[in-house]
Design a binder for this molecule. Structure first.
Ligand SMILES: Cc1cc2nc3c(=O)[nH]c(=O)nc-3n(C[C@H](O)[C@H](O)[C@H](O)COP(=O)(O)OP(=O)(O)OC[C@H]3O[C@@H](n4cnc5c(N)ncnc54)[C@H](O)[C@@H]3O)c2cc1C
Length: 488
């Protein structure tokens, strides 16, 4: 754990929203010595156990809370340094810890540990389990007051200098700093507009291009899920992506990413169609084996997924001072890449550091958060947009039977036949890929690394010498036929 001393001049901080970003910020800032009040609109008791949370906790403010989540190594590093008690409690709750030695590809001959491997650890659990654990820790934290069932409806400000918040019932609460973590539907842009400043925040947004379909399962007594096998735990058929997610307490989930607008594939929401369809996906064979597990949810769909970035400093001028937006209120990326909770953690960590450095210098604080956003988060956003745009182009060309976009096709070839094969046999490439995917390095670190590029290019050049890639599942029409037959 990092040994940070409490700040000399603690501030009174109001956090809007007690989701992942709000809780992570509240925890780190309270441990820095600040006095934090979290305002969470959802007015529901914390269930007694994580299992009960999954079964019945009303988290209408976070409608994606019953969708598959994985916690990348970047968030795990932040928690390990700043809140190891959260990881301990996650372990007690039966979360799955995927250390590097557990996920090294089976074909890898050189399995010797390397310096830095201790960072390469993912945690897998249901989203409501990490929420439940964090809520327990945060609400017990001295320095945090938790006000549940209290919605925030706007800002209280002197011009564009924010001095507090206005609650739904009209009460005003003053604060030295307002941290807006209200999630992807946060009205922070309207709140800033209402201040009437000359400079307004900007927003850039693009469709992720997929709809999430997820179903959770519980392992039967005495059964276990195998660790990642040579087949992996997911894949991409072009018209559909799929992945298995390890969970906690004997649970796991399967998620399909279906192109937005493909109404026929949306029929997989029907449980019998779903079960038949997921059994056609060969990397999931160990996850769908008869007698392994029973479903514990319906098939839950989640649409309107976007990549979105908001900028709160324009041409060097903060749109407001005394206000910081974090988590999905500031930046979202396609959930398929699993970055959202880590993005929330990175912002919380950056805010803690910025407050240490700049204290009550409110302009410097806004500029420091903007810098952190640009250097730490924006590169991941950019890559997410590029991947989604390429996947959508390739999918549309496949659907229309037209020639694919050459750059997108070349990129896919490089990944499928160069980079991924290299990760399976080369311990250095695997680690660099893992670091980038898990946000421990910037994404461009991977594609500008001479070793990675050389070995991935060599693998691409010899692709015809390897057996063709295995078929991961049926063609779309075949899958639809199997699914319809099952649901009739
Ligand atoms: C389908 C899906 C799958 C995902 N999978 C992953 C994954 O595998 N890994 C990963 O890291 N991330 C994943 N994410 C992203 C991750 O869930 C989000 O990035 C994360 O929840 C953002 O946290 P947040 O606090 O910003 O928002 P949320 O967690 O949505 O929380 C917002 C909170 O603010 C409260 N609130 C909102 N407005 C107000 C108000 N005015 N007053 C008071 N309270 C308010 C809400 O009630 C809610 O509790 C996924 C997202 C989706 C949609």
């Amino acid at each position: 754990m990092t040994d940070l001393q409490p700040v000399d001049d603690p501030q009174q901080i109001a956090v809007v929203g007690g989701g992942m970003a709000g809780m992570l910020a509240a925890l780190l800032l309270a441990r820095d010595g600040h006095r934090v009040t979290v305002f969470e609109r959802d007015d529901t008791d914390l269930p007694d156990t994580a299992d009960e949370a999954f079964d019945g906790w009303d988290r209408r403010g976070a409608p994606h809370a019953r969708q598959s989540h994985a916690l990348l190594a970047r968030l795990r590093r932040i928690l390990n340094e700043r809140a190891p008690d959260v990881l301990e409690m996650l372990a007690e709750q039966g979360a799955t810890e995927l250390t590097l030695e557990r996920i090294l590809p089976p074909d890898m001959e050189d399995r010797a540990p390397r310096p830095g491997d201790d960072e390469l650890v993912l945690w897998c659990c249901r989203r409501l389990t990490i929420e439940w654990v964090l809520r327990k820790v945060v609400t017990a934290e001295p320095g945090v007051s938790w006000r549940r069932g209290v919605g925030v409806s706007g800002l209280v400000a002197d011009g564009t200098d924010v001095r507090g918040i206005r609650l739904d019932d009209g009460t005003e609460v003053s604060a030295d700093l307002v941290v807006v973590g209200g999630g992807r539907n946060s009205p922070v842009m309207e709140w800033i507009a209402e201040l009437g400043g000359d400079v307004q925040p900007t927003e850039e947004q693009s469709e992720a291009g997929i709809v999430y379909l997820s179903r959770f399962y519980r392992l039967r007594e005495g059964r276990e899920l195998p660790l990642l096998t040579e087949k992996g735990g997911g894949g991409d058929l072009g018209y559909l992506g799929f992945a298995g997610f390890y969970g906690d307490n004997g649970t796991f989930s399967i998620t399909l990413g279906i192109p937005t607008g493909d109404r026929e594939l949306m029929k997989l929401r029907e449980p019998a169609a779903w079960e038949a369809a997921v059994r056609t996906l060969t990397p999931l064979d160990p996850w769908t084996e008869d007698g392994l597990a029973d479903p514990i949810t319906d098939v839950e769909a989640m649409a309107r997924l976007t990549n979105r970035i908001r900028r709160f400093v324009i041409d060097g001028v903060p749109v407001a001072t005394g206000l910081v937006a974090i988590g999905d209120a500031a930046i979202t990326t396609n959930p398929w890449y699993g970055k959202g909770c880590s993005q929330a953690g990175i912002a919380a960590e950056a805010l803690s550091a910025a407050l240490r450095e700049h204290g009550r210098d409110r302009t410097a604080l806004a500029l420091a958060m903007d810098e952190a956003m640009r250097t730490e988060l924006e590169p991941h956003y950019v890559v997410s947009c590029m991947q989604d745009a390429d996947r959508t182009k390739l999918h549309e060309a496949g659907h229309a039977g037209t020639e694919p976009d050459p750059a997108a096709a070349a990129g896919r070839d490089f990944i499928l036949h160069g980079l991924l094969p290299a990760t399976r046999v080369d311990p250095d490439v695997f680690r660099k890929f893992f670091r980038s995917f898990n946000m421990l390095d910037r994404p461009d670190a991977l594609f500008t690394d001479p070793v990675v590029m050389e070995r991935a290019s060599a693998a691409l050049a010899t692709k015809d010498e390897r057996p063709p890639l295995p078929r991961l599942g049926p063609e779309r029409d075949e899958l639809l036929a199997i699914a319809s037959a099952a649901s009739n």
